[in-house]
Design a protein around this ligand. Sequence first.
Ligand code: HMG
Ligand code: MG
Length: 376
Amino acid sequence: SIPEYVKIVEVGPRDGLQNEKDIVPTGVKVELIKMLASSGLPVVEATSFVSPKWVPQLADAKDVMEAIRDFKGARFPVLTPNLKGFEAAIAAGAKEVAVFASASEGFSKSNINCSIEDSLVRYHEVALSACKLSIPVRGSWQFVFWFALTAVGNLKPYIQRISCFDIRTQFITPNIRYISSIVSIREGQYSRLMHFTIGIRRATFLATSRVLNQNACYISCVVGCPVEGMVSPSKVAYVAKKLCDMGCYEISLGDTIGVGTPGTVIPMLEAVIDVVPIEKLAVHFHDTYGQALSNILASLQMGISTVDSSVSGLGGCPYAKGASGNVATEDVVYMLSGLGVKTNVDLQKIMLAGNFIRKHLGHSSGSKTAIALSKI
Ligand code: HMG
Ligand code: MG
C-alpha cells in the first residue's frame, strides 16, 4: 500500500537554479518562489547560504530570504553547509535550515571540501547552534524563562522533548507580570505549538517565542557517486543514523546523479529504514536515466511519504557532472494524482510557475507532463 498523502518538497529555486549557467536575477527568483508557494506546495526550498565562490548562482541568498521571509502558506528552508552559513541564514530570516552530507567520501570532498566525518562534526555544531540561538537573550532573562518552564508542572513530561525555539522579547509595559510564550514541543515527527502564560512576579516582558523548525538534512550520492561509483547501503545508513541522532527532523536521501533503479534504491532504503524511523525519510531523485518516477513509486510502496522534486525538472548539481535535472514536480503531481494520493498541489499553478522560469531561462520544460498538457 502507498501513503494517502504525500508531502512534496519543492527544490527548484535552490537545486534547480544553482545549476544554471546564467545567474537568475533576485526578483525572478522571488517571483518563482511566490508562484510555487501559492500553488499549494507545503515546502519550497528557497536558496543556499553557501560560499559565493563555490556557487555564484546563489550569491544573493540574503536578498532572496529577506524578500520572502514574511510570505505565508509554505515553509522556506535553506541550505547551510556550516556555522557561517547558518548564522547568515538566521540573520536573513530563515526559520528552517538543511545541512547536506554525502554518503561518499569523494563527493563530500568535491562538494563541501571536507571528509564525511568532518562534515558530521560541522553539522553537529550547526545543530547545537540552532538550539542555542533559540535563546538569544541575556542570562537573567534566560533564567526566568527556564524557571517558568520548570514551574509548569503539566509541561514537565514534555520538557525533555522541547525542540528549538527562539524567544523574542518585547517590552510591553513595565508592570506586566507574566511571560507568555509559544513553545515548540516535539511529538514524534511533528512540532506542536503550545501557547502558555505564566504569572511571574516582577517580570516585565512579554516573550513570544518564534519557532525555529529543526534542521533537515540531505545525504547525497545514496546509490552512486560521480567520483567513486557504487555506494554501499551500509554507508548511507551510517550517515543517516548520525544525522538522525543529531536531531535532524527529516533526512532526504538523494540520488544526486540519477543512476539508481528500484534494484539499487530498494536495498538502500531497507538499510536506512533499519536505523532511522521511516517517517523521517524523504527521497530526492534525479532523472538522468529516466528512473526517477519508478524510484519514487518503489519508495512510496515502502512507506515513504515525502518526495523532493523540482518545478519543470530544473536542476542538477554543480559538483556532480552529468547529473540531469531533478524529477519534475509536475510529473510527480500527475503520478500521485493518478494513484489517488493527496498532495494539495494545484498542477495548473505549478505549470504556470514552470513556464515562468523556463521563459526566463530560455530553455524548454524538463517535465513530460507539462509538455503533454500544454499541447492539449
Ligand atoms: P571552503 O573553501 O573549504 O571554506 O568551502 P573555508 O571555510 O576554507 O572558507 C573559504 C572562504 O569561503 C572564506 O572566505 C569563507 O569566509 C567563505 P574568504 O576568506 O576566502 O573570503 N565561506 C562562506 N561564505 C559564504 N557562506 C558560507 C561560507 N563558508 C565559508 N556558508 C564550503 C567550504 C562548504 C563553504 C564550500 O565548499 C561550499 O560552499 N560548498 C557548497 C557546495 C554546494 O552548494 N553544492 C550544491 C548543494 S548539494 C546538492 O545539490 C545535492 C543535494 O541536492 C542532494 C542531491 O541532489 O542528491 C542536496
Ligand atoms: Mg539534488
